[in-house]
Ligand binder design. Structure first.
Ligand code: NDP
Ligand code: 8X3
Length: 250
């Protein structure tokens, strides 16, 4: 039975990945800040699958909290075989001159530093065992920049650079490192981005069929099911209606 840790599993991709992998009978360590939402996901998994699940409630921006959470993982959920660095967010689409420092810090601290903190805490045991798989959730924004996407796109470009750097560093230890880079997907992402403005968020997905969280979960399922000698370096996946930053709306 594999031990799989997924950050940001209370909603969106993280939740869908957890639900999908739970069907295989695994041990899941799921993390998020929202206790109520995460425990609901855990309950659903426990009630509908044979998988075991351990929730960790903490803010990934806080290194001490990350360390305490990782230290508290029960022995039966260790060692982590697969780490899925998914927690992340975008805030606003403001031009750079109007940007909000707190928003920038939250995106950088979550999307870049949070990913680094968890990778730093989990990778040493993978190195020691010469085994493991790290999957980073990047974005089309790891490759493209759009108006008002400035800092969010910079964080996802950083995730791409880190995926490459981590893969190079861990190459001698047979550790697989993969980035999954989705285009626009309808999750809570835009509601978070527009700070609860549901109507504005809905407009992002008007006039085309966006990706859904299940699509990304299927990519993860595929990537981890490859034989050990196969490392999918990156999957860049968009809605059929999206090419780069361009969306063909009807
Ligand atoms: P959601 O908003 O639906 O989910 C985001 C998850 O991240 C939640 O579980 C949230 O949990 C968690 N999270 C956010 N901030 C923190 C924090 N400080 N500490 C711990 N957990 C945190 O968004 P998505 O599922 O769409 O996004 C998941 C990832 O996919 C992100 O990295 C995003 O950038 C990326 N992405 C999204 C795309 C999209 O169009 N939706 C496309 C490409 C990439 P909680 O709030 O409970 O802490
Ligand atoms: C999230 C999707 O369209 O903002 O990474 O790049 S998008």
């Amino acid at each position: 039975m594999k031990n799989i840790m997924i950050t940001g599993a209370s909603a969106g991709f993280g939740k869908a990945i957890a639900m999908k992998l739970a069907k295989q009978g695994v041990r899941l360590i799921l993390t998020a800040r929202s206790e109520e939402k995460l425990k609901k996901v855990c309950k659903e998994i426990e009630e509908t699958t044979t998988s075991l699940v351990h929730p960790l409630i903490f803010d990934i921006r806080d290194y001490n909290a990350c360390q305490a959470a990782v230290d508290s993982i029960p022995n039966e959920f260790k060692p982590v075989d697969i780490l899925i660095n998914n927690a992340g967010l975008a805030l606003e689409t403001l031009p750079i001159q109007d940007g909000n420092i707190e928003d920038w810090e939250q995106m950088i601290n979550t999307n870049v530093k949070g990913l680094l903190y968890i990778t730093k805490l989990i990778s040493p045991q993978m190195v020691a065992r010469k085994e493991g798989h790290i999957i980073n959730i990047g974005s089309i924004s790891s490759h493209e920049v759009y108006a008002g996407g400035n800092v969010y796109c910079a964080t996802k470009h950083a995730v791409w650079a880190l995926t490459q750097g981590i893969r190079m560093d861990l190459l001698p230890y047979d550790i697989r490192v993969t980035q999954i880079s989705p285009g626009a997907a309808e999750t809570e992402f835009s509601i978070v981005r527009f700070k609860g403005d549901i109507e504005r968020a809905a407009k992002v997905y008007e006039g085309f069929d966006p990706l859904v969280a299940e699509d990304v979960a299927e990519m993860v399922e595929f990537v981890i099911s490859r034989p050990k000698h196969v490392c999918i370096n990156e999957i860049l996946v968009t809605a059929t209606a999206q090419f780069g930053g361009q969306i063909n709306r009807k």
